[in-house]
Design a protein around this ligand. Structure first.
Ligand SMILES: NC(=O)c1ccc[n+]([C@@H]2O[C@H](COP(=O)([O-])OP(=O)(O)OC[C@H]3O[C@@H](n4cnc5c(N)ncnc54)[C@H](O)[C@@H]3O)[C@@H](O)[C@H]2O)c1
Length: 341
């Protein structure tokens, strides 16, 4: 079976660096290059980065067949799949140019993706037109343990959701919104308050998301001039039976059942938790598997990732707008399915 030709644009941490920096004994695959290698069936044809030192470090570890500092060139190379691992501000332009050049069959793009709904919709239309499979690297969507939790939550009486994130609403906030959408679907209404901006200018928001029957509070740990001292990305779900905490950067789920307290008749979420490992450390390999399935013709082109992205983009924008205007924002209806129109 012929190997699929891969290009990687931007050769920093998520491209390959995290897997080189793993702590001793740490398992898992946390990069695009690592995921293609672990999945098998791919060959790393090209890597591009304007920074010579970044490119050299990547090349020494992952051995791409060709390298270039001319990032524009890679957008014109015939490839089966191109990973876009450049800084946030480059994603939309590079995706648009790759789609217009028509040389790639699939794009695996880093989050955050399109900052505006208009851009997200333009990209959806273009990807449909060219039948280029586009996947945004919200890797939690490929974690079978989180998908099983989603199924389990469907029948639960959810009372409250609480999420903690850092590094700004449009950056890490986007990933937390994506996880909330994965588990509960898009909210109906969003309210938000801003308490300043991160050092990189992203807004720090506390956001209330309203689903039918329950509310979610997504809280930022950063303060202006005082970023969170460590990585925090937790989502906690209070149901009528349990308190479920997705923690340790989505690697573990802790389930606290309700039990009786010392006083008669008083119930509490018990402090002792049942711990479950997620499959987060393999989720990027599962994402590469999704790409391979499409490229080998085993699965049809899907606009699901683009629709998911549109919905996430709408909620992220609603948060920004709600904070700016200090009013609740009602989410727009999901756009029509292009496959059906
Ligand atoms: N999905 C995840 O879990 C996850 C984790 C980390 C980072 N990310 C995302 O990945 C992207 C990169 O983050 P990182 O941590 O790897 O950053 P990084 O700084 O380690 O790497 C970025 C690389 O892009 C290069 N670059 C700069 N301008 C470029 C251009 N115009 N075209 C191509 N490359 C260019 C830089 O020289 C650098 O080597 C960001 O958008 C970030 O949000 C996602």
């Amino acid at each position: 079976m012929a190997e699929l030709r891969v290009g990687i644009l931007g050769t920093g941490q998520i491209a390959g660096g995290y897997d080189l920096d793993r702590a001793p004994g740490e398992r898992g695959v946390f990069t695009h290059a690592g995921a293609y290698r672990a999945q098998g069936g791919f060959r790393l044809a090209w890597a591009a980065d304007p920074d010579a030192a970044s490119l050299a470090r990547f090349a020494a570890a992952w051995h791409p067949e060709q390298t270039t500092q001319d990032v524009d060139r890679l957008l014109l190379e015939p490839l089966d799949v191109l990973s876009i691992c450049s800084p946030n501000a480059c994603h939309v332009e590079q995706v648009l140019r790759a789609l217009e050049a028509g040389q790639v069959r699939a794009l695996w793009v880093e989050k955050p993706f399109a900052p505006t709904l208009g851009e997200a919709e333009t990209i959806r239309q273009l990807a449909f037109l060219h039948q280029v499979q586009l996947l945004i690297n919200f890797q939690r969507r490929f974690d079978p343990v989180l998908l099983a939790l989603r199924e389990r939550l469907r029948g639960e009486d959810i009372r409250l959701v609480r999420g903690l994130y850092h590094k700004g609403w449009s950056h890490m906030g986007t990933t937390l919104v994506d996880l909330a959408h994965l588990l509960f679907g898009p909210p109906e209404r969003v309210e938000a308050r801003s308490h300043g901006a991160t050092g990189s200018g992203d807004l720090i928001l506390d956001v209330q998301m309203h689903w039918a029957g329950f509310t979610g509070h997504l809280l930022a740990l950063d303060s202006p001039g005082a970023p969170s001292p460590c990585h925090v990305f937790d989502l906690e779900i209070f149901t009528a039976r349990e308190r479920i905490l997705i923690t340790d950067n989505s690697r573990r789920i802790l389930v606290h059942p309700i039990g009786d307290y010392a006083y008669g008749g008083v119930k509490v979420y018990l402090p002792e938790a049942e711990a479950q490992q997620t499959d987060f450390d393999q989720s990027m390999v599962h994402s590469a598997g999704f790409m391979e399935g499409f490229l080998r013709g085993d699965q049809a082109w899907s606009e699901r990732p683009l629709l998911d992205n549109l919905e996430v983009c709408a909620t992220v924008q609603a948060g920004l707008e709600a904070a700016r205007q200090n009013v609740p924002i009602f989410l727009p209806p999901v756009p029509p399915d292009l496959e059906m129109s």
